[in-house]
Structures are given as C-alpha cells and as structure tokens.
Design a protein around this ligand. Structure first.
Ligand SMILES: Nc1ncnc2c1ncn2[C@@H]1O[C@H](COP(=O)(O)OP(=O)(O)OP(=O)(O)O)[C@@H](O)[C@H]1O
Length: 358
C-alpha cells in the first residue's frame, strides 16, 4: 500500500486561459497509506480525471504525482501497481469464479497454496465461496460485478485499489449490502481505497474521508460528520444532506441579524460574523419556536409532507424557502399559517464568499 500525494492541475485544452478551461484546478492532495477515500461530486466536476491521473491512465498537464515520496508522474498503471474496478464487470466468461479471482495472483507467480488461501478469503468476504467452481458465463450482472470487486481486492501488494462507480449495475438491495461489505473489507485488509461516486449515500457509508469536488476543485475533505456538521463551503451544505442545508443571505451587525426586513437578536453564546454574509442551517436543526425570541424568524408555511420517518415543513421567510425536518410527533401548522423558525443556534454556520467563516 502507498501514500499518494498530488500536486497538480489538469486541462484538456492546450493553452488554458481561464478557470473554466481546467478539469482540475491547481491542488495539493494527500491520500494516507491504508485510508478509505471517496471522491464525491456531480457529473463533470473532475472525479474521473483525478482517478485516471492517480492510476496513470492520464498524465496531468501540470504538476506531479508521488507514491510513497517517489515521483510517478510519467509511470504507467502497471508500474504504479494499481488495481482498478470499473462501472461494468470485467470478467473472463470462460473461467470459473475461482479462476477469475486467482487471475491477478497467477500473473504475479504466487505459489498455488497462497493463491488458494487468498482467493478463499476474498470469496468468503464477498459471499462468492459457494460459487467458486461455477463458470462466470452464466452468472448475473450483480454476481459478475462482485467478481470484479474481488479481483480488485485480491492482491495485497498493490499501491491502491481504485473504484470508479463500481455499484452502478448492482441491484439496490445488494448495493446496500455491498457498500457495508466494502467498508468491512477495508477494515480487515487495510488497503488504500479510492472510490469515485456521485452518490452521497454511497460515499458516506463507505469512506473515512470524503473529498467533495465541484467544478475542478476539492471544496472540502472531511469525515461524514465534518461534512454534515460544518460544511466548509455552501456547495457542500447544498450537496450533502436530504434536503440540503438552508442557505440564506443575511446582514449581521452588533448582535442583530437582518433577513428580508426582519431583525432578530442573536442568542447568547452564538458566534456570528459581521457584514453581508450567508447563514447556513440544516433542515435537521431548524426548529419551530415562538416568534420574537432570539434567533427566531417569522415564516409563512408553504407545505407539510409526511416522508415516512419524519415530516418535512417548507416555509417562506420573505422570498426565501426554508426547510425543516421535524419528528412525526409534532403537530405542524397548516399551509398559509405563520410560524416561528429558530434559525440561529449552535448548529448555525456563517459563510462569506461561499466559504465558512464562523
Ligand atoms: N477526454 C476529454 N477531453 C476533453 N474534455 C474532457 C475529457 N474528459 C473529461 N473532460 C471534461 O473535463 C471535465 C471533468 O470531467 P470528468 O469526467 O473528470 O468529471 P466526472 O466528475 O468524472 O464526471 P462524470 O461523473 O460524468 O464522469 C468535464 O468538463 C469534462 O467535459
């Protein structure tokens, strides 16, 4: 396993002029030896570009890639000793499940007894142990992708295992199991895993550290808890969570916050910042409260939805929609009614130029 350091930028254009010409803006990034990482972001943000630069399929237009302190910028995927799992299964139909799993080890001339032991271990982890002698040809897409995952994980001497949206073809129920399985496998095998996805649930279940990307930039690296509790950028606030964070433009001065003509005192003990800034509060921390109390804004209820395990209240503060996730035990006001919403508290975040400041 290896520690991987990136210090680079990448443009697919020969002479980039502006930020828009870059698939990856200048960045430095470290993947710890043995860490489980997810690269998370919407389509086109640069995830695959970063993964291909790490694997060696693509050379960055500027900068370097180091594995364990050794410059690997121009090295091929083979020379980097990387294992990759793609969106669609890569298996040999004429071979059995066991032979497919053993293939990367046979290629390295590993002794037969060791191959048998390692294949057995991986097959058991992925619950393929009862199918080892079955031919791959007749298997479902799900089973074939499990073999691909197994082939990616079977070698213990790789620098890292890279996954590019590997659960896309998997049935939803099995997807849920496999996400947890991969986390457990990481725990047991201590491989450096880098997992690309645009699905926040996938990233949050699997990874220890999540790199959230937007338009060629890594906007935050953190644990699932960091991303939820203290989004470093308004994009992370929007992107993580269901629904995302409420982000509201405010004016803050002398312990009073103005939002759409309402002036509300900041509750005692809450750190704020001055000026024209943005307030972020997660729907999970947005509560109904008595209007007129510190931190409570007056809102007009638009909609109340029962979402099974909680109720989602949508209300308007001036021209801004605010969402609150509330327990089923609450008796909620009807649409059109005026309600107080507590938006300022210890979970409030404040942003200037989209970056977290308090
Ligand atoms: N071979 C290429 N030539 C030119 N531009 C490219 C090439 N590959 C990607 N791009 C551009 O680089 C940017 C980043 O693309 P990339 O595929 O890395 O994003 P992504 O986050 O992986 O998206 P997706 O989830 O859709 O694969 C996009 O604007 C894309 O159009």
């Amino acid at each position: 396993m290896a520690r991987i350091d990136l210090d680079l930028s990448h443009s697919y254009v020969a002479h980039p002029q502006s930020d828009e010409d870059y698939a990856l803006l200048p960045m430095t990034m470290t993947f710890r030896d043995g860490g489980a990482y997810a690269l998370l972001g919407p389509s086109g943000c640069g995830k695959t570009t970063m993964l291909n630069i790490i694997s060696g399929l693509l050379e960055p237009s500027h900068g370097t890639v180091h594995f364990d302190g050794i410059d690997k910028t121009g090295a091929t995927p083979q020379a980097r000793n990387i294992a990759q799992v793609f969106q669609f299964p890569v298996v040999y139909d004429t071979m059995t499940v066991g032979e497919n799993l053993a293939f990367p080890l046979r290629n390295r001339n590993m002794p037969a007894a060791q191959i048998k032991a390692r294949v057995g271990q991986i097959a058991e982890m992925l619950e393929l142990n009862h199918q080892l002698d079955q031919r791959a040809a007749g298997l479902s897409a799900d089973a074939k992708q499990k073999i691909s995952l197994g082939r990616g994980l079977v070698r213990s001497d790789v620098s890292a295992v890279l996954f590019d949206e590997p659960l896309t073809v998997i049935d939803p129920q099995l997807k849920w199991q496999l996400r947890r399985k991969l986390k457990q496998i990481h725990h047991e095998l201590k491989l450096t895993l880098i997992y690309v996805t645009h699905d926040q649930v996938e990233a949050l279940t699997f990874a220890e550290q999540i790199m959230v990307m937007s338009r060629g930039k890594v906007v935050q690296v953190g644990t699932p808890e960091d991303l939820f509790e203290r989004p470093a950028h308004t994009f992370v606030g929007h992107f993580i969570g269901s629904p995302g964070m409420n982000i509201l433009p405010i004016e803050s001065a002398d312990g009073v916050i103005r939002l759409e003509g309402q002036s509300v005192p900041v509750p005692a003990g809450i750190a704020s910042a001055r000026g024209h800034i943005k307030l972020g509060i997660r729907p999970e921390y947005t509560e109904l409260a008595e209007p007129g109390k510190p931190g409570v804004f007056s809102a007009v209820v638009e909609k109340v939805q029962n979402v099974g395990t909680y109720q989602l209240l949508t209300a308007r503060v001036g021209s801004h929609l605010v969402r609150a996730r509330l327990g089923l035990e609450h008796d909620l006001p009807e649409p059109g009614a005026t309600a107080g919403l507590a938006l300022l508290g210890r979970h409030s975040c404040f942003y200037r130029d989209e970056e977290l400041i308090a």
